[in-house]
Write a protein that binds this ligand. Structure first.
Ligand SMILES: O=C(O)C1=C[C@@H](OP(=O)(O)O)[C@@H](O)[C@H](O)C1
Ligand SMILES: C=C(OP(=O)(O)O)C(=O)O
Length: 426
């Protein structure tokens, strides 16, 4: 795709599609709940559609009309043995959370995914699930495809997570619904807590004490209506776009503002970004609001420590903001970026270098010295949706025409990204 940048700005009011993490969980928890779960503003992206397909293959009736999804809950023990290999496509969230649920079933199942999924670490879920008594195997005990066999009663464990990961935490919690005794996950830093919030909303008691998440076996979850907030990870591309393109002023309506996800706003405000939140309110146990953003001269900061899990998916676009900020931005403790859909440290460093950004690769992050001299380039996207959208924003800044190859990966989390962008570019 050709992107013509320089002298463009973003103006107007938009919404972004539903939150990916919440959309996945609504289908999964709705499937194993009693009664129907109605999901409004569901993200019709390929990752969430993979979750829908997996649960249909497990015998759950799921009806989709526009972006409203109706899941006919079958209860905790009502899933059926799938007739084929479950395929999660490109979705790490699907394979890891689904494995936690399947560990508690009395039938055998197999799960696979695309090339990227087959390279991502699954030992991080195999190890704790085996400690709970699950029978789960992977290639070299580490990679998908996974095979999960029925096991005797699972037992609750206390698990100290070696890395902050909401997917691993959620996998253990879901297996914990089926396990005798107490399941406790201890997080090194707090990761996104949508599972905790949604299980509580489904009338099941999850206790949170600082970095500890504690739950007990259950027999029942109560399906509910869920209105999925706009995805802050998708909003982040427009927030950064508005901050770096002179003359921009936008409002993004109804965005999820869960504090475990708003690290990107905290970081950009610290960089000097003019960002304001209005209409702060709660829907189905999740805070939401409207985000107002105006062009601002940004400055470099350090991004590290407990902040990292709160903005992990936004680091590619934060690197874009840092590229045009005054001074140096240092990103550390972000080694998890290496095991996402692509190695996002290498991808960002390689592609931003092509645009004349002074950027150095670290083992756990990057150092970026900002400048105004960003150049057009022919850019690769590593089949990674977040890399594609981040590069598009920097291409809008560079004066002239950049080429962004293979943009179709935006369909993973934001199929209409270019249409929404088109609505506000002037
Ligand atoms: O739980 C989730 O919905 C997610 C957790 C994060 O992954 P990790 O748990 O691997 O950090 C994040 O990167 C991913 O986009 C979605
Ligand atoms: C890492 C991501 O998703 P997942 O792990 O679900 O593939 C993402 O959306 O940036």
């Amino acid at each position: 795709m050709k992107i013509t940048g320089g002298n463009v700005k973003l103006r107007g009011e938009i919404t972004v599609p539903g939150d990916k993490s919440i959309s996945h969980r609504a289908v999964m928890f709705g499937a194993i709940a009693e009664d129907d779960t109605i999901i409004k503003n569901f993200l019709m992206g390929n990752d969430c559609l993979s979750t829908v397909q997996c649960f249909r293959d497990l015998g759950v009736e799921i009806d989709i009309q526009d972006n409203i999804v109706k899941v006919k809950g079958v209860g905790l023990k009502g899933l059926k043995r799938p007739k084929k290999i479950l395929n999660v496509g490109n979705s790490g969230t699907t394979i890891r959370l689904l494995s936690g649920i399947l560990a508690g079933q009395n039938f055998i199942s197999h799960i696979t995914g695309d090339d990227s999924i087959q390279k991502r670490p699954m030992d991080r879920i195999i190890t704790p699930l085996r400690k709970m008594g699950a029978s789960i195997k992977g290639v070299d005990d580490k990679y998908a495809p996974l095979q999960i066999e029925p096991a005797d009663n699972l037992k609750g464990i206390t698990y100290r997570q070696p890395v902050a990961s909401a997917q691993v935490k959620s996998c253990i919690m879901l297996a914990g619904l089926y396990a005798d005794g107490i399941t406790r996950v201890i997080q090194p830093s707090i990761s996104r807590d949508h599972t905790e919030r949604m299980l509580n909303y489904f009338e099941y008691d999850v206790v949170i004490k600082g970095k500890h998440v504690i739950l007990n076996k259950t027999t029942k979850l109560k399906g509910k209506e869920i209105i999925v907030p706009g995805d802050i990870s998708s909003a982040a591309f427009f927030i950064v776009g508005a901050l770096i393109l002179k003359g921009s002023r936008i409002v993004i309506k109804q965005v999820g503002l869960n504090p475990t996800r708003t690290g990107v706003i905290d970081a950009l405000k610290k960089m000097g970004g003019n960002i304001k939140i209005v209409n702060y309110r709660f829907v189905n146990n999740e805070p939401i609001g409207d985000i107002f953003v105006e062009y601002s001269q940004l400055k470099g900061i350090e991004i590290s420590g407990d902040l990292i899990p709160r903005l992990i998916d936004e680091i590619p676009v934060l690197a874009v903001a840092a590229s045009v900020a005054e001074g140096t931005t240092i990103i550390r403790n972000a080694e998890e970026l290496k095991v996402k859909e692509s190695n996002r440290i290498t991808a960002v460093v390689n592609e931003l270098k092509k645009m004349n950004v002074d950027i150095e690769e670290l083992d756990d992050g990057m150092i970026i010295k900002g400048s105004k001299n960003i150049q057009t380039a022919n850019l690769d996207t590593y089949k990674d949706h977040r890399i594609t959208m981040a590069l598009t924003i920097l291409a809008l800044y560079a004066k002239g025409e950049s080429i962004i190859n293979n943009t179709e990966s935006v369909s993973i989390s934001f199929p209409k990204f270019y249409e929404v962008l088109g609505e506000i570019i002037t």
